[in-house]
Design a protein around this ligand. Structure first.
Ligand code: GAP
Length: 484
């Protein structure tokens, strides 16, 4: 079972402390979210899994943490200043705002010919001719599509005027460019040979026109990006390898393969730098009737060719011998000592959103179960390595000092090897229910008998089965179970 819809996760997140609406006490700020004590642990565990898998377990990838604010030229030459925009339309009647490229043809007639003719006309034309109805109010009165750049701008320096172009800077809309402009630094210091990759996790910012669906589309989010550099002829096969291995990585996070789908972008959809892009989609909207509409992008994997390294280099020239980039001071080409060739490497980019991965993991882990009393209980069946808390130690009688002391001591013993909490804020049934709902794999209960037999009860989150374990064996027992 997975969550029936995103709303279920919104409510669980707020109730249990995964994610809260940001600036809530001031009425919120459109689609901004804060991660609470459990949310931040889950996010860290996901990022750690990604980093370990790519940077630590492979021996061809280096890590990087570049600045969020870079020289404006980075975004000029990457193409973001001119092309990173969405076409916006406003309904003049109800004032709703839409992305023209995301509008869908509604049913306007029972007559098949009329409907077909409508759907064969580009939406932008229908908007111009005042023939396209607003999805909100039905009026056919949109403004003409206007390009809206998604980058957040700011000014750098205390004395700079708001409109001083030399002070203009942007918050990065992707972490990738920080990698490209550091290509030579990493290459020279790591002495790598192709193929090799540079990985980075960090915040990105986009002034999205239509943010929404909880943490699915927000203006501030986090990306896990790998730029993997290779010889041009090797790029297609490496691209395919990453498409396959990232599906396996999502499965290792507990995401059911049936909830994952691939989408091959058409030539018209490709970004200006991409030769081929395949998106991995997740079933974020299971409640939708149309099966295709249930899926949306979890991550993208692009073959960015040599676009970025070339565009940031000082060397390339146009037909008349004029430098294409007169501002760069470096050449980001690569010299292959085995073939004696100098060229701009191709780049394969698997780019995943941390927040969308959190949402997919939460939706997929969500399970409901009915107890003996017929009450519905929520169990978050998170993979053990992702669970924010691994073990909860619970005293059966919080008014018995010896039991409390023993439970607190157990917590201390377990803590260095597994995230353990002590909780005595309710009756045992309530405490178990709370830990199930936040995905804690094991509860350890200290009772009156524990004082006699030096043993505790270990309860399994998924089966609710209980086992009596000697305190002397507890750490090893839990460690083994957590590795499963
Ligand atoms: N460097 C390539 C790049 O940025 P993208 O498809 O625009 O490609 C990559 O973004 C991933 O970042 C997406 O698949 C998604 O997971 C995440 N992402 C993008 N925009 C987002 C937003 N507004 N809110 C949350 N996540 C977002």
């Amino acid at each position: 079972m997975t969550a029936p819809n995103i709303e279920t996760i919104v409510s669980l997140s707020k109730r249990r402390g995964f994610v809260f609406p940001a600036s809530d006490i001031y009425g919120g700020l459109g689609s901004s979210w804060d991660y609470g004590s459990l949310g931040v642990e889950l996010a860290n565990n996901i990022k750690q899994s990604w980093w370990r898998w790519l940077v630590h377990e492979r021996d061809d990838i280096e890590g990087l943490d570049s600045s969020i604010i870079q020289n404006r030229n980075v975004w000029k030459y990457s193409g973001h200043e001119t092309t990173f925009s969405d076409p916006l339309v406003d309904c003049r009647e109800c004032k709703s705002r839409f992305r023209a490229d995301k509008l869908e043809y509604p049913k306007i007639s029972d007559d098949a010919e009329t409907q077909k003719a409508f759907e064969n006309t580009p939406i932008e034309q229908l908007i111009k001719d005042k023939k396209f109805p607003c999805p909100n109010c039905g009026a056919k009165n949109f403004t003409e599509p206007k390009q809206f750049n998604l980058m957040f701008s700011t000014t750098v320096g205390a004395t700079s005027a708001e409109d001083d172009p030399s002070a203009l800077a942007y918050l990065r809309p992707e972490t990738a460019q920080g990698i490209f402009i550091n290509f030579k630094n990493v290459l020279d210091t790591s002495r790598r040979k192709l193929p090799f990759g540079i990985a980075q996790i960090g915040k990105a910012f986009r002034n999205e026109v239509t943010p929404g669906n909880f943490i699915f589309r927000t203006r501030e989010f986090e990306q896990m990006e790998l730029e993997y550099f290779c010889r041009p002829e090797d790029a297609p096969a490496i691209h395919q390898e990453f498409i396959d291995s990232f599906q396996e990585w999502f499965a290792s996070l507990g995401i059911t393969p049936e909830n994952i789908k691939l989408y091959e972008q058409s030539k018209e959809e490709l970004s200006h730098y991409s030769d081929r892009t395949v998106d991995i989609l997740y079933r974020f909207f299971p409640e939708r009737e149309n099966e295709d509409a249930q899926f949306d992008e979890l991550m993208g994997l692009a073959n960015r060719t040599n676009y970025d390294l070339k565009t940031h280099s000082k060397k390339p020239e146009d037909a008349e011998g004029k430098r294409l980039n007169p501002d760069s001071t470096e050449d980001l080409s690569y010299f292959d000592p085995t073939t004696n060739e100098r060229f701009y490497p191709y780049c394969i980019e698997p780019s995943a959103g941390v927040n969308r991965t959190i949402l997919a993991v939460l939706m997929d882990a969500y399970t409901e179960k009915t107890n003996d009393k017929g009450e519905k209980r929520v169990i978050l069946k998170l993979k053990h390595n992702l669970a924010p808390i691994k073990v909860a130690v619970l005293p059966l009688a919080k008014n018995k000092p010896e039991i409390v002391a023993m439970a607190k001591d157990l917590k201390k013993q377990l803590l260095p090897t597994m995230r353990t909490v002590y909780d005595d804020t309710g009756g045992i049934g309530k405490l178990y229910a709370r830990q199930d709902e936040i995905g804690t794999p094991f509860c350890v209960t200290v009772d009156h008998e524990s004082l006699e037999d030096n043993a505790v009860t270990v309860r399994d989150r998924d089966t609710w089965e209980q086992e009596r374990i000697k305190i002397a064996d507890l750490k090893d027992y839990l460690q083994k179970r957590l590795e499963q």
